[in-house]
Design a protein around this ligand. Structure first.
Ligand code: AMP
Ligand code: MG
Length: 287
């Protein structure tokens, strides 16, 4: 059994980003061992997805946040590879469009939420509005009335996010939040690989180098974000991500455990419905 509690932050203990070792691989000694378990989890997720779909009451929202190169796309590609595309939607949140900036910051997220019975994956999310917006002081671009841009604006956003996530939870949306945590050293390696490996050149963006300059500011915002928005209904999972195989395994483990806790079952028919089914069967047999 993998202990995923060690990665979970729900506001009960004080989260310190420096206490999480991005290079950790837990008890796993080999990539192969982890990959076997990941394969198993992928199959389990597929079974659970079918029940989720049939039950059609809960929806699953998976939020993935991380620094550049931390492996968000890879985690989505590998961990979700077993899911039925018909029941899954991925949304990548980029710099907001003009239309998006003409609304409150939760609007585009709310519009993209998964339907009942479905998975929604957010590659970045409204958390960017307390991360990049904070680090680069972009509030001025968000078209807020000037009197609302006050010193407590971040505190208010944390509160709004907590209320939003509680609201989602109260309405059947299970919120799973994952922060893939890499080290600055590992990011350097991955950026260099994107320059040196021709097949990876397309992934390289000079903008990532600029963001890297703000590493410490981002870490501070992540730390505060996890502290203030890790709650019992929507805890954060801070996943060591220097080893991609370990991060993917842990992400799959978190999702499987959360889905299992829902104790999903295929809907059963009542007496009337069974009777009607029998009638249909007889009618089919006659023709
Ligand atoms: P990528 O994930 O590499 O495609 O990059 C998307 C970019 O959009 C990142 O640099 C994010 O920081 C940026 N982004 C996402 N949401 C926001 C936002 N609300 N305000 C400003 N920039 C954002
Ligand atoms: Mg990028």
């Amino acid at each position: 059994m993998i202990d995923i509690k060690q990665f979970r932050f729900d506001g009960k203990s004080k989260f310190r980003i420096s206490k999480v070792d991005p290079g950790s691989t837990g008890k796993f000694k080999s990539k192969q061992e982890a990959e076997e378990r990941l394969e198993k989890n992928i199959l389990t997720m597929r079974d659970l997805q079918e029940k989720l779909y049939a039950d059609a009451t809960y929806s699953i929202l998976i939020i993935i946040q991380a620094m550049d190169t931390a492996g968000k796309d890879g985690a989505i590609k590998h961990v979700m590879s077993g899911l039925n595309p018909q029941g899954t939607e991925v949304h990548s949140f980029k710099q907001p469009s003009a239309e998006e900036l003409n609304h409150d910051y939760l609007w585009r997220a709310h519009k993209s939420l998964p339907q009942r019975g479905q998975f929604g994956i957010f590659n970045r999310s409204y958390y960017e509005d307390v991360l990049v917006v904070r680090v680069h002081d972009l509030l001025g671009k968000q078209k807020l009335p000037a009197e609302l841009i006050t010193g407590d604006v971040w505190e208010r956003r944390f509160r709004q996010i907590n209320q939003f996530e509680r609201y989602l939870n109260d309405n059947g949306t299970i919120v799973i939040k994952i922060f893939l945590h890499i080290s600055k050293e590992e990011q350097k390696k991955r950026l260099l690989a994107r320059i040196e490996d021709k097949a990876k050149n397309w992934k390289f963006s000079e903008a990532d180098l600029i963001e890297r300059e703000y590493w410490e500011q981002y870490q501070a915002c992540y730390e505060e974000g996890v502290r203030k928005t890790g709650t019992d209904v929507a805890p954060w999972y801070v996943v060591p991500a220097d080893k991609k195989w370990f991060a993917r395994l842990i992400v799959s483990e978190i999702i499987v455990r959360r889905l299992e806790a829902l104790k999903l079952k295929f809907p059963t028919l009542d007496k009337e419905q069974l009777k009607s089914l029998e009638k249909c069967k007889k009618s089919l047999m006659r023709k």
